[in-house]
Design a protein around this ligand. Structure first.
Ligand code: PLP
Ligand code: COI
Length: 355
């Protein structure tokens, strides 16, 4: 690559890939040979370096650790039957990372570093991309504040890093979710619409309480009335009620998911009625009672399509129709998988070829 940000590449001496069964590793625990690191200081980005995956040299006063100037993205690369590697809609992640950066008073990452760096990194670590039916290489780009200072102010130095890890299914089975009506994930004027690290930290305690009651995840509701559903765990929420595909409308309390956007595009293409609007708990429970609630699922990069089989609310469990009967989400899941694995034509131009 040429240009302002020529990338320095320090290759690993011997790849570690043969030490793992990359088609069968737990999510997010085994990291590929290389990572990309770019530094920001003196008001500008410096030349990125691709180097062997390693621990970060860091000061305990590093500002990200204290005040949470830390944002991230999650995306995936797929391998087709010919061994070619492609990314799913990476420009969307690039745009969203910079939206997060602006909200958190951090410098935007240049496209040349994000896309150019990612391309070089994946070329180098293509052997780490699983080729199994449901496998992919999960990619974690992140930006953290690195000033060594504990005064509360926007940092003047940052590191943008990309690490990657082979991944299979995030949820091995359909999930039970609990409607959370005490804690909330996001508030108007807050940071729920961006991928700020603190959004995830704050979610862990309510999620732990739900898990102690036998649910895998929570359904987040709005912070003022707790009457309207927003997201589930780290996924956007979708329902099929009657002949309509429904999802909460975006706003500043909901992350604009790339999977959500893709599911809605397919629903439109297939001629479904689609509504993006407020969805209340009473509406869902009424649809459940009168038998029109046909499907409920979460969607996101890590989870892909996660079927929700039980919704817990106010001490009661509402069991939903069997997964085998869910025509829309099954078709979406299969279509997305086929597009990503290059098994059907990519008519929406979603795949970005690396090699
Ligand atoms: N909502 C939250 C809070 C998330 O963390 C994610 C995951 O990135 C999503 C939704 C789904 O977004 P995407 O489909 O872009 O992965
Ligand atoms: C993703 O779906 O990529 C996420 O960010 C969810 C999670 C692993 C944090």
């Amino acid at each position: 690559m040429t240009g302002t940000f020529d990338i320095t590449i320090n290759k690993i001496q011997t790849s570690r890939v043969s030490e793992y069964d990359i088609n069968n590793v737990p999510f997010g625990k085994c990291f590929s040979d290389h990572m990309l690191v770019a530094e920001y200081s003196d008001g500008k980005w410096h030349k990125p370096v691709i180097m062997p995956y390693a621990d970060v040299p860091m000061s305990y006063s590093m500002s990200a650790l204290h005040y949470g100037q830390a944002i991230f993205e999650g995306m995936k690369a797929y391998k087709n039957d010919k061994g070619e590697v492609s990314l799913f809609r990476p420009t969307e992640n690039f745009i969203r990372l910079n939206k997060s950066a602006i909200r958190m008073a951090m410098p935007e990452v240049p496209e040349e570093i994000f896309m150019g760096g990612l391309t070089e990194l994946l070329k180098l670590d293509s052997a780490w991309v699983p080729n199994s039916e449901t496998g992919s290489l999960y990619i974690r780009p992140f930006l953290v504040a690195t000033d060594q200072a504990i005064g509360v102010k926007a940092s003047e130095t940052y590191k943008f890093v990309i690490i990657t890890c082979p991944a299979g299914k995030y949820y091995s089975d359909p999930i039970k979710v609990l409607v959370e009506t005490n804690y909330f994930r996001a508030v108007h004027g807050g940071v729920g619409f961006v991928k700020a690290a603190g959004n995830y930290g704050r979610s862990l305690y309510p999620t732990k309480l739900a898990q102690q009651k036998g649910y895998q995840q929570v359904i987040w509701t709005d912070s003022t009335t707790h009457q309207y559903v927003e997201e589930s765990g780290t996924m956007n929420l979708m329902f099929v009620i009657g002949d309509t595909v429904l999802t909460p409308a975006l706003g500043d309390t909901i992350l604009s998911g790339i999977t959500r956007k893709s599911v809605l595009a397919l629903a439109h293409e297939w001629g479904f009625k689609v509504e993006e609007r407020k969805i209340s708990i009473p509406e869902i429970l009424t649809a459940h009672a009168n038998g029109t609630l046909q499907e409920c699922f979460g969607c996101g990069t890590a989870a892909t399509i996660a079927q929700i089989v039980t919704i817990g609310h106010d001490g009661k469990d509402y069991d939903l129709p069997a997964v085998e009967t869910r025509k829309f989400s099954t078709r979406v899941d299969e279509t997305l998988r086929n597009i990503r694995k290059g098994k059907v034509a990519d008519t929406m131009n979603w795949m970005f070829k690396i090699s």
